[in-house]
Design a protein around this ligand. Structure first.
Ligand code: ADP
Length: 438
């Protein structure tokens, strides 16, 4: 029945009852008393039902509601219906939660639900196995008290979860885990850990393979180049007859040698085992590169200018820096037509951070190529790169070296206008050249 009708029926009952009482009271000569008695009886009826409602609610919701007439009958029925609906909804939610928990528990990736204070709320079986957590003892404990790897603790407190972190599993040091944190809800976090041991092993195998192959190719290539040189320089009939072919073979063999050297350097950079703690005299290094650039330019007659802060040294790896800087300078020579201008700068920027830049007036690069230039073997014009003896690995090496020095590469270029390659090093790596007296 609609609410308004129930309410109207009750009101009508009360008004009619009051009128009847008034009539009876009037006939008996005591209308006031009759009305008062009626009111007391009505109040008593309500109190009785309030008490029945109270007792029913307190006895537990399982019992059927008390039987009542009038508005109280409706109130009991409505509350009972509401309770039943709630009970049904709860049952469905519990079933859903159960299913969710079962599926999350069965997930192969370790999953930990953490609250705003880094306390564990829930973990699945994979988390127990991968992170060495125990159920139910560890629920409510802080995750950084249980997983104590220094990198993990630093990552957790760094509060920057845009990147995943890697660490050995606390349960088995041979396994590598990749951990990520996904914030959700109200300051809650989901910690996910994936076993990436196989991927890492495969990467290592790939690196070892490349490094071994290039190493093995080195010796035969040196022998071939040596003999080709001897044959080419010979003064007999055969050398004269095959001069052109021998020269081409020599060129290609030398290119292969350069390729092997670059691949070996890249694989060394990837392993990142060499120290980065040398005090590198960059000005000395650059003067050697200046000389080589002049030789490379040869008859092309580029105007090459080196603008070097002689007092600025750098903390890092000298060999790697020499490789990166020479690649950039030699590219400028290779990709700038005869007579063009090349300006190399080594100085501090406004903030004091070391800056290395190479500007050329060469062929330039179209904007859409720029983001891909540091990919291995990415060349805009393959024929031209080959012609100039390029391997397509130069800028990949530059990028790796800079990454290892926490430096950034910026490329600005316009076709036919020239290019500027800028390497920005962190201020912390800048060193003052030792004074001659010291
Ligand atoms: P490569 O051995 O082919 O020079 P790099 O990795 O050093 O390989 O460079 C990749 C490509 O970037 C080159 O093939 C060339 O197309 C382009 N490039 C590099 N430096 C310059 C430059 N200074 N001016 C124009 N193009 C350049």
């Amino acid at each position: 029945m609609p609410v308004s009708r129930v309410w109207l029926a009750e009101l009508t009952g009360v008004v009619l009852g009051a009128l009847a009482l008034l009539l009876i009271g009037w006939l008996a000569g005591r209308p006031g008393l009759a009305l008062l008695l009626g009111l007391v009886a009505y109040l008593g009826w309500h109190l009785l039902h309030v008490w029945r409602l109270y007792r029913w609610l307190n006895r537990g919701r399982k019992f059927a509601p008390p039987q009542a007439r009038g508005i109280w009958g409706h109130i009991f029925d409505d509350i009972f219906r509401l309770q039943q609906r709630n009970r049904e909804r709860k049952r469905k939610l519990a079933a859903l939660l159960d299913r969710f928990r079962q599926s999350a528990a069965a997930m192969p990736d370790a999953t930990v639900v953490i609250d705003a204070d880094w306390r564990i709320e829930w973990i699945n079986d994979a988390a127990c196995e991968a992170l060495g957590l125990r159920l139910p003892q560890d629920i409510g404990q802080r995750i950084d008290n249980l997983v104590r790897h220094p990198d993990f603790v630093a990552w957790l407190h760094g509060n920057d979860f845009s990147r995943a972190m890697e660490m050995p599993s606390p349960e088995d040091k041979r396994r590598t885990l990749s951990l990520s944190i996904v914030p959700y809800g109200r300051q809650q976090r989901l910690l996910l850990a994936r076993d990436i041991t196989r991927i890492r092993d495969l990467e290592q195998m790939r690196r070892d393979f490349i490094s071994n192959v290039s190493h093995e190719l080195r010796t035969p290539l040196t022998v071939v180049v040596g003999f080709l040189e001897t044959m080419h320089d010979g003064d007999d009939e055969c050398a004269r007859k095959w001069a052109r072919e021998l020269e081409l073979m020599q060129q290609q063999a030398t290119r292969m040698q350069r390729l092997v050297e670059d691949i070996m350097l890249l694989s060394r950079l990837e392993t990142g085992s060499d120290a980065l703690q040398e005090e590198v005299a960059v000005p000395v290094l650059l003067s050697a590169i200046h000389e080589d650039a002049r030789l490379l330019s040869g008859p092309a007659g580029h105007r090459i200018r080196f603008d070097v802060d002689a007092r600025l040294w750098l903390r890092g790896n000298g060999e790697e820096l020499r490789s990166a800087f020479s690649n950039l300078v030699f590219n400028a020579v290779k990709y700038t037509p005869e007579g063009g201008e090349i300006v190399v700068r080594w100085a501090r920027d406004e903030a004091g951070a070391p800056l290395f830049s190479v500007r050329d007036s060469g062929i330039g690069i179209a904007a859409h190529h720029i983001p891909r230039l540091t990919e291995r073997f990415y060349r805009i014009d393959v024929a031209r790169s080959r012609e100039t003896g390029g391997t397509g690995l130069g800028l990949a090496i530059v990028k790796h070296v800079l990454n290892r020095h926490d430096a950034r590469l910026h490329i600005a270029s316009q076709p036919e206008q020239g290019s500027t390659f800028t390497c920005r090093f962190p201020l912390a790596l800048a060193l003052d050249a030792p004074s001659p007296a010291g």
